[in-house]
Design a protein around this ligand. Structure first.
Ligand code: AHM
Ligand code: MG
Length: 391
């Protein structure tokens, strides 16, 4: 098991910019204007008047992510605020990663480090930054008892000095890492479960829960704009980051995926290695037939968050099937497929491993892979018929 407590000295929360400070009883809150967030700073000796940059009164009328989370919480009489606190921490983590993603072309964080992650991919520096940042943004809130990240082989414990909470967080810190150097959309993905163990440190079993048990899931997409899309099981909501005020603002309320689309999305370069049913399905999508709106268009970014986000909004199907080289495909059940499947199903779509909903798959290992099909209900159903040999 990995104990990351010792890494706290390298904490990224030390603010690099001090545009304004405000004094409270025995500590200062330093505002980080780029992400509109206050950080606690101990042992100050001077008192300075607060000047908050970018404070636009008009922005108050907008629904921020924070306000949305709080208003959702108020609907639950017994809510402790724990879950909302967890989501607030995640939105801060998102802004910290976003800030670095925006600077990726300017500072020396591009390029590969010389080590591989547990799936054998070369780890980019930005992946490491995102991985550590999310961990450090989430480790101290008292909401989580354990975490697991796609970049780390084993579960990640909460440092001893912080309380253990009742939730479990799994995350892919930076999905689509091979696209970083080309300035193409990338994303972060998260998945939240309630713990199974009673108390103390969380365990591997707390992490290995099927996707239908997720209490929340979502992703942050760093594209032409940055969005935070999430669901707590009550629909899917999207918030677009307004960088001038450092807030995610509600831009896509209650997203519903079209029942049927006209786009397919997968790495067709693997065609020769697919089995017959997958090949037949893709050939079918490319045939000419006006009645069924074929041929479909092909779109493929190679970042699952980006391809899934487009599928969520426009409909159609995204897939990463198994092939001769990788019978279970490339995508990871716990970090990539489950959270995205939760979002798509919440939006009225469908997910599948070819036989059943992704959310029903019983996990056996943290980093296991699975064939993955998701998208509009009609498209995924039809695909499943091909996969089951019915077409
Ligand atoms: P990553 O987590 O290392 O970025 O890899 C996952 C990515 C997915 O985002 C994407 O769907 C897939 O790999 C693309 O794979 P391929 O290059 O084989 O098409
Ligand atoms: Mg990934």
């Amino acid at each position: 098991m990995i104990d990351r407590t010792e890494k706290r000295s390298a904490c990224h929360f030390q603010p690099e910019y001090r545009h304004s400070d405000v004094k409270t009883q025995d500590f200062y809150l330093l505002i980080e204007p780029e992400i509109g967030t206050f950080f606690r700073q101990l042992s100050p000796s001077r008192s300075i008047t607060m000047k908050t940059p970018g404070q636009d009164p008009a922005a108050k009328k907008f629904m921020t992510l924070e306000r949305f989370i709080n208003e959702q919480e108020r609907q639950y009489a017994n809510a402790t605020g724990d879950f909302s606190g967890l989501l607030h921490d995640l939105s801060l983590a998102a802004k910290l990663v976003w800030r670095e993603v925006c600077k990726a072309g300017l500072v020396n964080i591009l390029g590969a480090t010389d080590r591989m992650n547990v799936s054998g991919d070369v780890v980019k520096k930005l992946d490491e930054f995102a991985d550590e940042t999310i961990y450090k943004a989430m480790d101290h809130g008292g909401h989580l008892c354990v975490m697991a990240s796609e970049e780390n082989e084993d579960i990640l414990h909460i440092p001893d000095q912080y309380p253990d909470g009742k939730y479990v967080l799994l995350y892919d810190p930076l999905d689509g890492s091979s696209n970083i150097d080309a300035n193409i959309t990338i994303g972060s993905i998260f998945s939240v479960y309630r713990r199974l163990s009673k108390s103390g440190k969380g365990t591997l079993q707390d992490c290995l829960q099927p996707g239908y048990k997720q209490v929340a899931a979502g992703y942050i997409i760093y594209g032409s704009s940055t969005m935070f899309v999430y669901s707590t099981g009550q629909g899917v909501h999207g918030f677009t980051l307004d960088p001038t005020v450092g807030e995610f603002l509600l831009s896509h309320e209650n997203i519903r995926i079209p029942k049927k689309g006209k786009i397919y999305s997968l790495n067709e370069g693997n065609f020769c290695n697919w089995d017959g049913p997958v090949q037949r399905y893709i050939k079918f999508l490319k045939e000419q037939d006006k009645a069924s709106d074929r041929p479909y268009s092909l779109r493929y970014i190679g970042t699952m968050v980006g391809d899934s986000h487009r599928t969520l909004l426009y409909g159609g199907i995204f897939a990463y099937p198994g092939d001769l080289n990788n019978p279970k495909g490339k995508l990871r059940l716990m970090y990539e497929c489950n959270p995205i499947a939760f979002i798509i199903e919440q939006a009225g779509g469908r997910s599948s491993d070819g036989k059943q909903s992704i959310l029903r798959v019983k996990p056996t290992a943290l980093h296991e892979h699975t064939p993955f099909f998701l998208g509009s209900e009609e498209d995924v159903k039809l695909c499943e018929e091909f996969l089951k040999g019915k077409r």
